[in-house]
Write a protein that binds this ligand. Structure first.
Ligand SMILES: Cc1cc2nc3c(=O)[nH]c(=O)nc-3n(C[C@H](O)[C@H](O)[C@H](O)COP(=O)(O)O)c2cc1C
Length: 361
C-alpha cells in the first residue's frame, strides 16, 4: 500500500498522499444554500486527505439540491470561506465541485419562474428528495439556447466565487447524470442544434464551462469528473466508448489538474465489461488521473501500481473515518457508516465519527 503515501503532482499542487476525498453531498446546508459551522468542522476533520473535493455545490438558485450548498451569493461565499480557512489551518487542500442538476430535479425545489429543464425533454424515473419527501422527478422541457448561455455564465460566476471563497481549485461535475453529463450522452441529449448530435457538439457545453474555469483559475487548478458507464439518473449512450474517447481526448489537450474518473458504481457489483471500457478510455489521458469507485486500500494501491490511476478517491470510507489516511497507514479497522445519518440533519453521523485514538499509530 506504500504507493498511496507517495506524494504526487496534481496540477499546481503536490499532494502528500494519493488518498483523495471524493465529493459527497451531505445536505447539511441551510435551505438558502449557506453552509453552517458544522460543515467547517466536517471538512477540517478530513484535511489529511491528499485533496478534498467538496460535495456538489449549486451554481445558481435553480440547481435544485435540497439543503445543498450554493456559491452564487455573498453570504454563501463568506460561509464557504470559513470552511476553506479551516481546511487550510489543518494543512489540507479543497476543490469546489460545481454542479447543476438539470433534468434530475423537482419543480417544488425551484424558485419562482424556474422549472425543470435539461438538454432535451426526456424524463427520468428516479425520485428526487424534496421537503415533502421523495417524489418522482418532474418531466423536463428542453433548455433554450439563451438558457444554455445563462447557465454557462452561472458556472463561470460560481468558479469566480469559489476563488473568492478560498478554495484551491474547482472540479466541474460532468458525471452521474447531472446537467453537464446530460449534454454529453445521447440518451439524454437529442438536440439538433450546436449542442446536440455529434460527440463534438455534445461536448461543447462542458468545453465552454471548462474553458471559462481555466480563464479564472489556470488549467492547473481545474479538474473534471466523468462517469462514462454510470446508469444513475437513467443515463445511457449509444456508444460510450466513442463519446467519451472524444471527450477525454479533447480534455487531454487542456492540461487540467486532473481527470476524475468514476469507474465503478457504489452499491452494485462490479461489471467486468465496464472495466474494459475504462481501460480503453484511460489511454486517451496523459495527466494526473483520480480513479473512484468502491476501492479499499489494497485495491486502490494495486490500481495505481498497475498504472491505471495516479490517485484514488474514496467516498463512503471518509464519511465514517475522518482520518482515513492514518487508518490505511496503520492498517486499522474502519468504522462502519450509519446509513440513517448520511443525508441531512446535524452533527450526528457527520462530525462525531472518532479519529484513531491518540498514540495508536
Ligand atoms: C452520500 C453520498 C453523496 C454523494 N454525493 C456526490 C456528489 O455530490 N458529487 C459527486 O460527484 N459524487 C457524489 N457521490 C459519489 C461519490 O463521490 C463516489 O463516487 C461514490 O461514493 C463511490 O465511491 P466509494 O465507493 O469510495 O464510496 C456521492 C456518494 C455518496 C455515498
Amino acid at each position: 500500500m506504500s504507493i498511496l503515501f507517495e506524494p504526487t503532482n496534481l496540477g499546481r499542487y503536490t499532494v502528500p498522499n494519493r488518498i483523495i476525498m471524493a465529493p459527497m453531498s451531505r445536505n447539511r446546508a441551510r435551505k438558502d444554500g449557506v453552509v453552517t459551522d458544522v460543515v467547517a468542522d466536517y471538512y477540517g476533520q478530513r484535511a489529511t486527505a491528499g485533496l478534498i473535493i467538496s460535495e456538489s455545490i449549486m451554481v445558481n438558485d435553480w440547481a435544485n439540491g435540497m439543503c445543498a450548498p450554493g456559491l452564487y451569493n455573498a453570504e454563501q461565499i463568506a460561509a464557504w470561506k470559513t470552511v476553506t480557512d479551516r481546511v487550510h489551518e489543518k494543512g489540507g487542500l479543497i476543490f469546489a465541485q460545481l454542479w447543476h442538476a438539470g433534468r434530475a430535479a423537482h419543480d417544488s425545489l425551484m424558485p419562482e419562474g424556474r422549472d425543470c429543464a435539461g438538454p432535451s425533454a426526456i424524463g427520468i424515473s428516479r425520485e428526487i428528495m424534496t421537503f415533502q419527501g421523495p417524489i418522482a422527478a418532474t418531466p423536463p422541457r428542453a433548455l433554450t439556447l439563451d438558457e444554455i448561455s445563462e447557465l454557462r455564465t452561472d458556472f463561470a460566476q460560481a468558479a469566480k466565487n469559489a476563488l473568492e471563497a478560498g478554495f484551491d481549485g474547482v472540479e466541474i461535475h460532468a458525471a452521474a447524470g447531472y446537467l453537464i453529463d446530460q449534454f454529453l450522452q445521447d440518451g439524454a441529449n437529442q438536440r439538433d442544434d450546436i449542442y446536440g448530435g455529434s460527440a463534438a457538439n455534445r461536448y461543447r457545453f462542458l468545453n465552454e464551462i471548462t474553458d471559462d474555469a481555466i480563464a479564472i483559475w489556470g488549467s492547473d487548478r481545474v479538474g473534471v469528473r466523468l462517469s462514462p458507464k454510470s446508469d444513475f439518473n437513467d443515463m445511457h449512450d449509444s456508444d460510450p466508448v466513442a463519446t467519451f474517447t472524444h471527450v477525454i481526448s479533447a480534455l487531454n489537450t487542456l492540461n487540467l489538474a486532473y481527470l476524475h474518473l468514476s469507474e465503478r458504481l457504489p452499491f452494485v457489483p462490479p461489471n467486468p465489461e465496464d472495466a474494459v471500457v475504462m481501460d480503453a478510455l484511460r489511454k486517451h489521458w496523459d495527466g494526473p488521473l483520480i480513479s473512484n469507485g468502491d476501492f479499499d486500500a489494497q485495491e486502490g494501491a494495486a490500481h495505481i501500481d498497475a498504472g491505471k490511476a495516479t490517485m484514488i478517491s474514496y467516498g463512503r470510507p471518509f464519511i465514517s473515518n475522518p482520518d482515513l489516511p492514518a487508518r490505511f497507514k496503520a492498517s486499522a479497522e474502519l468504522t462502519a457508516m450509519d446509513p440513517a445519518t448520511i443525508y441531512g440533519g446535524d452533527a450526528r453521523g457527520y462530525t462525531d465519527y472518532p479519529p484513531l485514538a491518540e498514540g495508536s499509530l
